[in-house]
Design a protein around this ligand. Structure first.
Ligand code: ACO
Length: 402
């Protein structure tokens, strides 16, 4: 067996790997990914099977507890989440303070960070009972916090959760119902939302998950760690790509759908332009999540008879790029974010909410990794090394001589 403690005592040599392209940061049993073959499995189960047979709450259980729940476990888990969907009434005053045009990701990370001020009885990362409560609180409250951030931006009154509804139904209702007009979620949207959340639920050591682990490694509480993960996810090279992708597709559509022009711009690296929703650090063949989501997108638009011009632009863009030598050579394929936005648009979600949706989906993955890290007997604080290339030692010159 590998003697990790002995290996750690070996010092002296620093491995420089900017962007951690080949550096393993941990041993993990949560998610298996083979980028060459386009394989993704949660706890051993292929993503295609999970997407076809489970709902999002079951997937949360699987990722966090390492096994699929039996009927009783599943019922208890759902019930517990239902009991925690409200946020403390005083938290609503935060929303009053945010500007109306604040990005919902900024609101999300702030309010999730603030959970540690309201729920001080579940902050100890070494107390299993407290950790368990904080997990259930987060899973239950994130959709409420997210829906409130949308209501804030649209100037509409907040809608309280209704706990007889399922996880996805409840979220859609909190988003779209009004005190004067209730909203009954279309089962087609509920099914699509479950699928999208499942596809986003975990992806091993990506930027936001590594951030959650890094922050958690200092024994920061779960709420603080997840808030940091939300910030990491926001960037357009990571989860923010779904918002950036739809904006790009709209720009192309407004520009006479001149797909070839934008492919050429990406190849020329004009002003750093990239095709958003394209490329992946690990997938060098295809992203299995993109395949599932594209199929679902096709099905949903056909079922609801929606003719979204951006879907046509996206398909054209994919076709042109995949036949282009530049993209073939670099193994750049559509990723999970390429088609997800089209489905969210069909549901009526505003573009600014797309990355928030990703955060709701990724939450169980972040939690599973945070818990796994704390349960590992070899866990230590994350502390990368560097290679210094600044000035050699020098003396301070007095202010009047500088
Ligand atoms: N469009 C055009 N060229 C690209 C793209 C793209 N989307 N992605 C990568 N390339 C090119 C790079 O310019 C580089 O070219 P070079 O070899 O001539 O220098 C080469 O492909 C390798 O790219 P890197 O940036 O080194 O790859 P890395 O693994 O660091 O980045 C990333 C991966 C960030 C996903 C990148 O492909 C990208 O920026 N994609 C667009 C943003 C995006 O969709 N992000 C979502 C990723 S999935 C997720 O996080 C949920």
């Amino acid at each position: 067996a590998l003697d990790i403690s002995a290996l750690r005592r070996e010092t002296g040599c620093v491995t420089l790997d900017e962007g951690y392209v080949n550096t393993g940061s941990t041993i993990s049993a949560v998610t298996f990914l083979d980028g060459e073959k386009g394989i993704l499995r949660y706890r051993g189960y292929p993503i295609e099977q999970i997407a076809a047979e489970c709902d999002f709450v079951e997937t949360c259980y699987l990722l966090i507890y390492g096994k699929l729940p039996n009927e009783q476990e599943c019922t208890e888990f759902r019930e517990s989440i239902r009991q925690h969907t409200m946020i403390h009434e005083d938290m609503r005053s935060f929303y009053n303070g945010f500007p109306k045009d604040a990005h919902p990701m900024a609101i999300l990370s702030s309010v999730v960070g603030a959970l540690s001020t309201f729920y001080q009885d579940s902050l100890d990362p070494h107390d299993d009972r407290q950790v368990e409560i904080s997990i259930h609180r987060l899973l239950a409250k994130l959709p409420t916090i997210a829906a409130y951030s949308y209501k804030k931006s649209s100037g509409q009154p907040f809608m309280y959760p209704q706990n007889q509804l399922s996880y996805c139904e409840n979220f859609l209702r909190m988003m779209f119902a009004l005190p004067t007009q209730d909203y009954e979620p279309d089962p087609v949207f509920v099914e699509a939302l479950n699928l999208l959340l499942i596809c986003h639920a975990d992806h091993e050591q990506n930027c936001s998950t590594s951030t959650v682990r890094m922050v958690g490694s200092s024994n920061a509480n779960l709420f603080a760690s997840i808030s940091a993960g939300i910030c990491a996810l926001w960037g357009p090279l990571h989860g923010g790509a779904n918002e950036a992708c739809i904006k790009m597709l709209q720009t192309i559509a407004d520009d006479n759908c001149d797909v070839k022009k934008y492919v050429a711009m990406a190849k020329d690296k004009q002003d750093g332009f990239r095709l958003m929703g394209f490329g992946h650090r690990v997938y060098k063949n295809f992203d299995p999540r993109a395949t599932i989501i594209k199929k679902a997108c096709d099905k949903l638009l056909a079922k609801l008879n929606i003719d979204d011009p951006l879907f046509a632009v996206a398909q054209q863009l994919e076709k042109v790029a995949l036949e282009d030598e530049y993209f073939i050579e670099r193994k750049l394929y559509p990723n999970v974010d390429f088609y997800s936005g089209i489905i969210y648009r069909a549901m009526g979600l505003p573009t600014q909410m797309f990355t928030v949706m990703f955060a709701i989906g990724r939450l169980p993955g972040w939690i599973a990794h945070w818990v796994e890290m704390h349960q590992s007997p070899t866990n230590r604080i994350g502390r990368p090394r560097q290679i210094y290339n600044g000035p050699a030692v020098r003396d301070i010159v007095p202010m009047d001589q500088r």
